[in-house]
Design a protein around this ligand. Structure first.
Ligand code: FRU
Length: 485
């Protein structure tokens, strides 16, 4: 058993104890427990016949590993999907006293694919009557068969109050499909979305449809997340979103531009929790990219999740933006090391610290200012973040950040994010773990998540600017490890 101190092991992000993990699945809260199921291959550290791994948490911060929830069977391997709490026992799989958790997932029949067929993905369900500890497959599977659609997967289900029915979204190659049901077993196709809108550089995956209130208004909007691979702004896998309306039958987007949840290279297949207390919309993504995800230089395990993020929606100049912010309670994991009310950048600010790879760095700056941040170790491995108002571009450069040669596309480019360089004071928040960086700027309006593999911890930080400025409220905080050792 690992002690979670192996080289590159995330210290405050979820990762499996051993072996391969990709997408988060079945995110659901029930009876005091946040469940995290995930795409899991227990035999190797590369992708293989998929199972659903399982972990639980009371706070979304520290996790307990559980045994595998769903194993492949004669209908196929278990691809991505979701879990709902069937409170009224509409499915009849439990009882009113013991409402079942129902998992809705994709069966992927490898023999079918290998035989050159195209109808090898179908949707199945399974249920649990002991809050996720043990699962039984429904004996009438599949609940949605395949007619002739090659990529037909990743069902996300929720209860739609307004129309009093279960709604299921799934993807079918270049678009999303919506279905309805009264009992989670019989599904009727309602509508399609997306053939002509959004990014189409690759296949659509992992849809998620939910409602959000627009901050500081009484307006409500529907948001549809769609992962796409390849075709993301900085290469490979990424997640776009649409804002619009859903009437119980049809989703209509209200914009033509393409919007991304996160412009970094390593936040994919993210979905949100069902059934959370206070209706919070909490998102977790797989912190990797199919371009190189199977080749990253970890040894006994591979894969980690992003920090759980609360999503919110704002409207600025008639445009909607989805904001991602680390859940508030994560602040309890922080201890302050250095705090400076103001740092003058007439000359570069230099800070030494033994290990930046388990810290949060935070400060305020005007969006119209230029800034250059560099984390470095004694081996001259470094990671650069820059904000350039002239180019209207932020950038993250991991080309020399540590081990990068395991796959060309990991570090062939500086990764960029376009922004509006207005005269506005904003916060910059950086969460650095042993093998990742998460950047949140302007209250989570601009987000970049990326993996890094420094062979020693970064131990110096330099902040410089060509403008005559000072940064405000600078903080360096350490982050507690989430693993019991
Ligand atoms: C996304 C994905 C899903 C699929 C799963 C298979 O990363 O390709 O579409 O269900 O991974 O592991």
């Amino acid at each position: 058993m690992g002690n979670y101190q192996e080289q590159f092991r995330p210290q405050f992000h979820f990762s499996p104890k051993k072996k391969w993990m990709n997408d988060p699945n079945g995110l659901v809260y029930n009876d005091g427990v946040y469940h995290l199921f995930y795409q899991y291959y227990p035999e190797d550290i590369v992708w293989g016949p998929m199972h659903w791994g399982h972990a639980i948490s009371k706070d979304l911060i520290t996790w307990k590993h559980k045994s595998i929830a769903l194993y492949p069977d004669e209908l196929g391997d278990i691809f991505s999907g979701s879990v709902v709490l069937d409170v009224t026992n509409s499915s009849g799989l439990g009882s009113i006293e013991k409402p079942p958790l129902v998992a809705i997932f994709t069966y992927h029949l490898m023999q079918g694919e290998n035989a050159g067929r195209i109808d090898y993905q179908t949707q199945g369900i399974a249920f649990s009557l002991d809050n996720g500890d043990t699962w039984k497959k429904y004996d009438g599977n599949p609940v949605i068969g395949n007619t002739d659609i090659k990529d037909f997967r990743d069902p996300k289900v929720f209860w739609h109050d307004e129309s009093n029915q279960w709604i299921l979204s799934l993807v079918a190659g270049n678009h999303a499909k919506f279905y309805r049901s009264d009992n989670l077993k019989n599904w009727t196709h309602l509508s399609d979305f997306g053939k002509e809108v959004g990014a189409h550089g690759g296949v659509w995956e992992c849809p998620d449809l939910f409602k959000l209130k627009v901050e500081d208004t009484n307006e409500e909007k529907w948001v549809l997340l769609i992962s796409i691979n390849p075709g993301a702004p900085n290469g490979g896998s990424g997640t776009q979103y649409f804002v619009g309306n859903f009437d119980g039958e049809r989703f209509i987007a209200e914009h033509d531009d393409i919007k991304w949840v996160d412009v970094g290279t390593d936040n994919y297949a993210g979905i949100t929790y069902n059934n959370t207390p206070n209706d919070k919309r909490i998102f977790i993504g797989w912190m990797s990219n199919w371009y190189y995800g199977q080749k990253t230089p970890t040894k006994d395990w591979r894969g980690a999740m992003t920090l759980p993020r609360e999503l919110s929606l704002i409207k600025e100049d008639n445009h909607y933006f989805l904001l991602s912010n680390v859940i508030d309670s994560f602040n309890n994991q922080l201890s302050n090391v250095i705090e400076e009310e103001s740092i003058n950048l007439d000359s570069p600010f230099k800070l030494k610290y033994q290990n930046f790879n388990q810290t949060e760095i935070k400060f305020r700056i005007n969006l119209s200012n230029q800034i250059h941040l560099k984390f470095k170790n004694e081996k001259e491995e470094f990671l650069i973040f820059e904000m350039n108002p002239l180019k209207k571009e932020m950038s993250l450069d991991r080309r020399k950040s540590g081990l990068v040669k395991f796959e060309n596309r990991f570090a062939d480019n500086v990764h960029t994010l376009s922004y509006i360089a207005s005269d506005k004071e904003v916060d910059i928040r950086i969460m650095l773990d042993w093998s990742s960086i998460e950047l949140f700027i302007d209250n989570g309006k601009y987000v970049m998540t990326e993996q890094i593999f420094p062979t020693e911890f970064y131990n110096s930080l330099q902040i410089a600017s060509i403008d005559v400025i000072s940064i405000k409220n600078f903080k360096l905080n350490t982050i507690k490890s989430i693993w019991d050792r």
